[in-house]
Design a protein around this ligand. Structure first.
Ligand code: SF4
Ligand code: SF4
Length: 168
């Protein structure tokens, strides 16, 4: 049960894009073609839009899934209401960072460890079936480059402050 005394009824004004988020009728079309909806945990943009509309700012602040968006903008093309879900996703990221300056998205640690994020397990078989490698070739295949990349990341002050997140 949501206690609307505790929610922020104007949150949608702070997390808004060029479309009008209030037109969302929760159809889920944005999820249907979203590659990040197969991530773990899945990015369910419709649910994030609901959180914004319901003013659930504490829950929204805790959400890591907006950082799984791969910025393909498919959802923008598919949304029948012109809500611009992709832009909402980016706005949520900005809003989170504005409201928690110490926020380090977990994706940063993934990038640090292996040079990429977004291991989308469900597409591995599909990649192999069309003759591609099981996973994307990335910097992680070159230990020297990965070490250099990690060294560069560790020069960033905000990363140094939370270095425990980056230990294997
Ligand atoms: S832009 Fe982001 S939220 Fe939209 S379909 Fe692509 S990955 Fe999903
Ligand atoms: S496709 Fe558009 S209207 Fe449908 S749930 Fe997603 S944001 Fe809302």
């Amino acid at each position: 049960m949501i206690d609307f005394e505790e929610t922020n009824g104007t949150l949608w004004r702070d997390v808004t894009a060029h479309g009008d988020i209030r037109y969302c009728f929760n159809c889920g079309t944005c999820i249907a073609g979203c590659p990040a909806s197969n991530a773990d945990p899945p990015l369910l943009i419709r649910n994030l839009v609901r959180m914004v509309l319901l003013g659930l700012e504490d829950d929204l602040l805790d959400e890591d899934t907006p950082w799984s968006c791969v910025t393909c903008s498919r959802c923008e093309e598919m949304c029948p209401m012109g809500v611009r879900p992709f832009e909402i996703c980016l706005e949520i990221r900005k809003w989170q960072c504005k409201n928690d300056e110490t926020r380090i998205p977990p994706a940063t640690a993934e990038v640090f460890q292996r040079g990429y994020t977004q291991a989308v397990e469900k597409v591995q078989a599909l990649r192999e079936s069309v003759g591609l490698t099981e996973t994307l070739p990335t910097i992680s295949e070159s230990p020297e480059l990965l070490a250099k990349f990690q060294e560069m990341l560790m020069e960033i002050e905000v990363i140094q402050d939370v270095d425990y997140m980056f230990r294997s």
